[in-house]
Design a protein around this ligand. Structure first.
Ligand code: NZQ
Ligand code: ZN
Length: 384
């Protein structure tokens, strides 16, 4: 196991009807800006619950943060924060709203051009306090310090991470997810699945506990995913899916292990170029990437085939890895997510050319061994 350090300062408040607890967590002297997206929280009553909890507090609202939150929109919020002197941001919505709010929190205190946080990895010395009511199980953003931001003008989608933007607290009320469109529920399951695999399906450095945690999340997704799709108001299934999502990217399963993240990096380009949902890009890239990189991932994929999919442990490893890839693709298809670019009306050769060009320009190499060159990325997208 590799050395590691771990600290997560986020308080998790999990369960039904917990939104009212906001009032116990935010100091009364704070000037609060509630941030949200396109209006789902108005329709499903979540905003109403938030406002009831904030009765007597000084707060305003900033709505309109898009899925794949846009730098241009977020900078409007930054201006509002600076002019209005807000000192607490409460994100209410999915991962995009929360990620966008992490960026607003950092950019509002940033001395210089805020895009540098994303494009140059500029250090964040200070950020406004944030918290959230998360309404979509997918990103794990509620218990991590990362955010992914898109820029319309340059068709870029880039990530940053800073300990300064850990939420102070996150309210996870699974009942808020009853109103999710099926497409978003599926996206969340695929995203969680892929987060786990980015941290698990690399090479072994003797982390059996982390591996079992990872595979435990996958087994739970396989069991509970179909249940929420069949019965969207099944509280227990919603709760289990949400906790899978949070634990899928709160860094526990990656402690001391080796991580990949190339499916995400290639997927981000497909969103930037074609506007595909994050979950869609992952379902397209993960199986193809595993095919191309099978040799590097063989041991972990074989272990997954045995432990998750019940394959015969005496089969050759290469065959076991194939089983893991096929069963994963089958699961994505079963829950309604297509796994081929052409099924989304995108020509894989054209996409491969775009991705290769961009990675070549940036000098990007990916993968746990740093061996996914722009040429290999081309092959992965071409076969997707
Ligand atoms: O905008 P509103 O009207 O709120 O509607 C949203 C949006 O249209 C809707 N929605 C959310 N909760 C709902 C709901 N509709 C009904 N009922 C509810 N309870 O769902 C749509 C999608 O929301 P979005 O926030 O975009 O989805 P998600 O949570 O999947 O976030 C995706 C973003 O997170 C980034 C992705 O790249 C993408 O930009 N990621 C962030 C990560 C992180 N911070 O660690 C890691 C991930 O890998 C991911 O990259
Ligand atoms: Zn993701």
């Amino acid at each position: 196991m590799n050395n590691f350090e771990f600290k997560c300062p986020t308080k998790i408040i999990f369960g039904a009807d917990t939104i009212s607890k906001i009032k116990e967590e935010i100091p009364h002297d704070k000037k609060i800006l509630i941030t949200y997206g396109g209006g789902s929280i108005r329709k499903n009553g979540v905003l109403k619950q938030v406002k009831e909890a904030l009765n007597g507090f000084d707060y305003s609202e900033f709505g309109g943060i898009e899925p794949n939150p846009k730098y241009e929109t977020l900078m409007e919020a930054v201006n509002m924060v600076k002019e209005g002197g807000y000192n607490f941001l409460l994100a209410v919505g999915g991962g995009s709203v929360l990620d966008g709010t992490k960026f607003i929190a950092a950019a509002s205190k940033f001395d210089g051009e805020p895009w540098d946080i994303l494009s140059k990895g500029a250090t964040i010395h200070e950020a406004i306090d944030i918290a959230d009511v998360i309404t979509l199980p997918a990103t794990g953003s509620e218990m991590n310090c990362a955010a992914v931001i898109s820029r319309n003008s340059t068709k870029e989608k880039l990530a940053f991470a800073s300990e300064k933007v850990y939420p102070k607290f996150s309210i996870i009320d699974p009942k808020t997810t009853y109103t999710l469109p099926e497409k978003q529920t599926v996206n969340g399951i695929v995203d969680t699945f892929t987060h786990v695999m980015e941290q698990y399906a690399t090479y072994d450095v003797n982390t059996p506990l982390q591996d079992q945690w990872a595979l435990g999340i996958i087994k739970t997704l396989l069991e509970e995913g179909p249940k929420v799709l069949k019965d969207p108001q099944n509280y227990d299934a919603r709760a289990n899916i949400f906790w899978c999502a949070t634990c899928g990217l709160n860094y526990w399963i990656s402690l001391g292990a080796v991580q990949d993240w190339s499916t995400h990096m290639i997927g981000h380009e497909l969103t930037a170029f074609y506007g595909l949902d994050h979950g869609e890009t992952l379902a397209i890239i993960l199986p193809s990437l595993w095919h191309v990189m099978k040799k590097d991932k063989m041991d972990k994929l074989a272990k997954m085939a045995i432990e998750v999919f019940g394959a015969n442990e005496f089969l050759p490893k290469s065959l076991l890895a194939d089983i893991a890839i096929k069963k994963t693709e089958k699961f994505f298809n079963k829950i309604g997510r297509k796994t081929k670019l052409k099924e989304y009306g995108i020509n894989s050769k054209e996409a491969a050319v775009e991705v290769k060009k961009r990675f070549s320009q940036r000098g990007t190499v990916l993968g746990e061994k740093g061996n996914i060159t722009p040429d290999i990325a081309y092959e992965i997208v071409l076969n997707a």
